[in-house]
Design a protein around this ligand. Structure first.
Ligand SMILES: *Cc1c(COP(=O)(O)O)cnc(C)c1O
Length: 493
């Protein structure tokens, strides 16, 4: 201790508060404000446009001198917290997101306080990270010998899975020789409903967008197996090297789930890699009433899933699982001298950076771990069933409303519909529905997004939200009808 006390007497600085009791009071206030914020979320607008003054605020230059934290927090409370994306609100159903949870937020705080680097090492956070991966394997029905890693989200989870697929199926040592050394161009296959992150992955992997063949889908927007089989045969005959089938368990447009058992049989016959993009639907495996929909997912070579969607972990956390643990590590392990393991001590744990692209990794596992412990996996399963039942309920409301119509079959928790008006052309109809969507957002009533299914523009409600109630969906239908009538000038009957 003397050494520390005898340290040089020059002015040394740190980022720690000079007065901890002061910071304690402020921190308690921040927690109180946060609890009120979350408790009252449903009473605020889902979303609101920012005034010009708020936009200008974010143009301020780099701060050079200090400001009291209370003042900085005051700015956050005034300029940031009132203008959220809205995805924690009970009537947010845009795109596809989770709605967060308070325990997860506390966990993010604790993770940052402990500050551990999940690049690896011998410490409790690393064991906990591994345990969450093991729990994900159990949820998916993958064997204990499988491998996996937590990443920022589904896009990177897919990228990691597809990287391993490429390396295993390339026929050369891609890591050493690069993609140029592959004798025949690799081909990957997915449906025409595949998520855009796969295109980015193909590009980043050096294979190019064209190496991903989009196979047509059937009436239910699932990949057409005979068309897939024919494409693989055609490619083999043309000198390509078919490598991987990417099944989607829950498409972004309509929630369609490809026929996983049939695809598993096909990839076994063709000796291809079987990747499942389960960012939307993989977790249905824990939902008692709907788990049968994703049966076969346990046959995958790799699965991407997204705890920040249907486990409602605060952003970000995704997960990729790989059946072949050595292929997984073999795709990423590089042990530089400074990261060699030691027999004991801090560096004797597993190096978790050997399972992905990051070196430093955050302690994102804690928010999944704490919420799973608190609620138990069965609660999360029931919430998934609840969202699927709510989508069926909304679809019934729409079918019973003459001014609305479904545009695609409702499969899981995604409903595609539109306001209809006799005699309107498709351009007019699209403009009308867009206007309904924008007014719902601007009123702060509900956030929906839109999409195009088989050439038909529609509004899209994705219920990935543990706060949504039946009354919220009734309100949505009422408002869509009211706005549609108002905008198109249909008199109220
Ligand atoms: C959300 C999603 C992704 C991407 O996941 P992120 O967590 O947003 O990176 C990939 N595929 C599907 C089907 C998705 O729904």
């Amino acid at each position: 201790m003397n050494d520390v006390e005898n340290a040089p007497k020059v002015a040394e600085e740190s980022l720690d508060p000079s007065d901890w009791s002061n910071i304690q009071a402020l921190s308690h206030r921040i927690i109180d404000d946060s609890i009120a914020y979350l408790r009252d979320v449903g009473r605020r607008p889902v979303w609101q446009e920012m005034p010009q003054e708020v936009r200008n605020f974010f143009e301020a230059p780099l701060p050079r001198s200090p400001a009291p934290l209370a003042e900085v927090y005051g700015e956050v409370a005034e300029k940031v917290m009132p203008y959220p994306m809205g995805n924690i609100h009970p009537r947010f159903w845009s795109w596809y997101m989770g709605s967060g949870n308070f325990t997860g937020a506390l966990a993010d705080f604790l993770a940052a306080i402990q500050g551990s680097n999940l690049g690896g090492g011998n410490h409790a956070a690393a064991l906990l990270d591994g345990q969450v991966v093991n729990w994900c394997k159990q949820m998916m029905g993958l064997p204990a010998s499988a491998s996996g890693t937590l990443v920022s989200g589904g896009s990177i989870a897919n990228l990691i899975g597809l990287t391993v697929a490429r390396n295993v199926k390339a026929g050369v040592d891609v890591r050493e020789a690069g993609v140029a050394a592959i004798d025949k161009p690799l081909r990957f296959y997915g449906s025409d409903q595949i998520h855009s992150c796969h295109r980015k992955a193909m590009e980043a992997l050096g294979l190019g967008n064209r190496a991903l063949r989009r196979i047509p889908t059937d009436r239910d927007l699932r990949i057409e197996i005979p068309a897939l089989r024919a494409a693989i045969a055609e490619d083999r005959a043309a000198g390509f090297r078919p490598a991987c089938v990417i099944a989607t368990a829950g498409t972004v447009n309509t929630g369609a789930i490809d026929d996983l058992p049939a695809l598993a049989r096909l990839v076994a016959e063709e000796n291809l890699w079987f990747h499942v993009d389960g960012c939307i639907g993989a977790l249905i495996a824990i939902a008692p009433k709907n788990a049968h929909r994703v049966a076969g997912i346990e046959l995958a070579d790799s699965v991407a899933l997204d705890p920040h969607k249907w486990l409602h972990a605060p952003f970000e956390v995704g997960c990729v699982l790989l059946r072949d643990a050595s292929a997984h590590r073999g795709a990423f392990a590089v042990t530089p001298e400074f990261l060699e393991s030691t027999p004991r001590g801090l560096a004797s744990g597993l190096w978790l950076h050997e399972f992905g692209l990051q070196t430093t990794r955050g302690f994102r596992a804690l928010k999944v771990w704490m919420a799973l412990k608190e609620h138990g996996v069965e609660t999360f399963g029931r919430l998934i069933d609840q969202n699927i039942a709510q989508a069926a309920f909304l679809s019934d409301l729409i079918e019973n409303e003459p001014l609305l119509e479904l545009v695609a079959p409702t499969n899981i928790n995604i409903v595609c519909f539109r306001f209809r008006s006799e005699g309107m052309g498709s351009g007019e109809l699209k403009a009308l529905n867009l206007e309904i969507m924008l007014r719902l957002q601007e009123q702060g009533t509900a956030a929906l997004s839109d999409t195009t299914v088989r050439g038909e523009h529609c509004l899209r409600v994705a219920i990935n939200n543990h706060r949504t109630r039946g009354g919220d969906l009734r309100l949505l239908v009422r408002e869509c009808v009211r706005l549609g009538r108002h905008i198109s000038g249909i008199a109220v009957a």
